[in-house]
Design a protein around this ligand. Structure first.
Ligand code: URP
Ligand code: ZN
Ligand code: ZN
Ligand code: ZN
Length: 479
């Protein structure tokens, strides 16, 4: 990289300035020590020695790593689901995200089947605007497809929501029919929007659930057997078939196992544009957590389920060779005491346990601890998986996803020497348990800025609720 003084640095001297000094800047493809000057919301200069006279605030980043703000491309915040609502709102979720180094969230809009898409979009956006402390965008859930919804979906895509979301699972609730899936993919191919998909065969799950419950197999440990890896691999094959037929670009969310990856790779090899996401729980937890006694396993019920530990090794391998492009969270927070408990009283039934594990706060430090600190991934992969690849995939690059002149000043100053332990007692997410309770962590953000606003210092939120904005997104193909 060539240090340069840009005209940007001289422009608008009246804006608040922030100098981040002497950090080791890591992007997807660069690694160098330099100072970063921020004016207002953007990075205006990167050079080896920027004078600090007249600068409003100086942050010493020597001995620290400096990353672009992380992007979580798969979270649920407002989520009416399985007879209840997820526990976070943008107050708790955006503070938790920022504390963990995530400066942009992409939330899934999950309307009911009879909801009006435009109205749902406004409702979800209204919950973030004016409250979120970090930036945000949405994937527009398609839970019904007809002429009326198509018109509205086109309008939503035009408004910068350049990705859709379909559920091949959750039959009778969020799930779409094959006709609807086909029409959604055709719309995406026509507009250039990306289709993100939860891939599992809904009919097989329905039948396996009924059979297990009829046999009295009702505890949380039977959630995994009700959705085995082949159910997920079939969902992936099914989705990719529709992508191939329509020419749409796809993104498979929360991939948990090697058969699902293999199914996607076959289509990639044939030229189908499909990207694979995994989520942090699959990389550090396994199905034995959901087998914990006294219903504690319910804390670990999510879909697709936590798998046999050998799949973890295969996910790390797929990360290593770039087959998996992003590590998100699928943050879906439900309390243990009264929400996960819906699968216990008055009769145990794992099919009634709200699915999801809260994790928006811990994604980056867990990936650092289990990936970087163990030597499984390098720092560039860390940045690509947590930020750059999502920014490119979802039309936000280079405003987000990198540290460069003119980029948004979303900056994470990371302390690689920090050591800590995760606990519900100290977390910011609004749940009464933490799925990673007692996990030791290596490294965490010491300072986080979101468009120039210093939002975290030493693990404490210092930002402003309402600072977050909807990120203008391009159609990814054109970025
Ligand atoms: O278990 C999960 N994943 N809960 C949230 C909804 C979804 O499927 O993404
Ligand atoms: Zn899902
Ligand atoms: Zn199929
Ligand atoms: Zn999800």
């Amino acid at each position: 990289m060539t240090p340069s003084t840009d005209s940007l640095a001289r422009a608008d001297q009246s804006q608040q300035s922030l100098l981040i000094r002497g950090g080791r800047i890591i992007t997807a493809d660069q690694d160098y020590v330099a100072d970063i000057l921020v004016r207002g919301e953007r990075i205006v200069e990167i050079a080896t020695s920027i004078p600090q006279d007249g600068v409003d605030e100086v942050i010493d980043a020597s001995g620290k790593l400096v990353f672009p703000g992380f992007i979580d491309p798969h979270v649920h915040i407002h989520l009416p689901f399985m007879g209840t609502h997820a526990k976070d709102d943008y107050d708790s979720a955006s503070r938790a995200a920022l504390i963990g180094g995530t400066t942009t969230l992409i939330e899934m809009i999950c309307p009911g089947r009879d909801d009006d898409p435009w109205e749902a979009y406004q409702r979800w956006k209204g919950k973030a605007e004016g409250l979120s402390a970090c930036d945000f965008s949405f994937h527009m859930g398609v839970t019904r497809f007809d002429a009326g919804s198509e018109t509205q979906l086109r309008r939503i895509i035009d408004d910068g929501i350049t990705s859709l979301k379909v559920f091949l699972a959750y039959k009778g609730a969020l799930g779409v029919t094959d006709t609807e899936l086909f029409r959604t993919c055709q719309l995406a191919a026509d507009t250039g929007a990306v289709v993100t998909a939860h891939c599992e065969n809904a009919d097989l799950i329905d039948e396996l659930q009924s059979q297990l419950v009829a046999q009295g197999k009702v505890g949380p440990e039977f959630h995994e057997p009700s959705r085995p890896v082949s159910v997920e691999a079939d969902g992936v094959h099914h989705f990719c078939t529709f992508l191939e037929m329509t020419g749409a670009s796809g993104y498979i969310v929360h991939t948990s196992c090697s058969p699902a990856i293999e199914a996607a790779r076959q289509f990639q090899a044939r030229g189908v544009d499909v990207t694979i996401e995994t989520v942090i729980p699959y990389l550090v937890l396994d199905k034995t957590y959901a087998e914990r006694p006294n219903f504690e396993g319910a804390k670990y019920v999510m879909s697709p389920p936590l798998r046999d530990i050998r799949h973890q090794t295969q996910l790390w391998n797929a990360i290593g060779c770039g087959t998996i492009a992003t590590v998100a969270t699928d943050h879906a927070p439900f309390d243990f005491a009264d929400q996960k408990a819906m699968g216990r009283a008055p009769e145990s039934d794992f099919t009634k346990i709200p699915n999801g594990i809260p994790s928006v706060e811990h994604r980056c430090t867990l990936l650092y601890t289990h990936g970087v600190a163990t030597g499984k991934i390098d720092l560039h992969q860390f940045v690509s998986l947590l930020s750059t690849n999502a920014a490119k995939q979802f039309g936000m690059f280079p405003a987000k996803g990198t540290i460069g002149l003119g980029s948004d000043a979303d900056i994470v100053v990371w302390d690689p020497n920090y050591r800590g332990v995760i606990s519900a007692e100290t977390h910011t997410m609004n749940t009464d348990y933490d799925g990673f309770e007692g996990f030791e962590i290596v490294g965490r953000p010491s300072v986080v800025t979101c468009r120039g606003q210093v939002s975290v210092r030493d693990g404490k939120f210092t930002g402003k609720l309402g600072h977050g904005r909807a990120v203008p997104r391009k159609l990814a193909r054109k970025s």
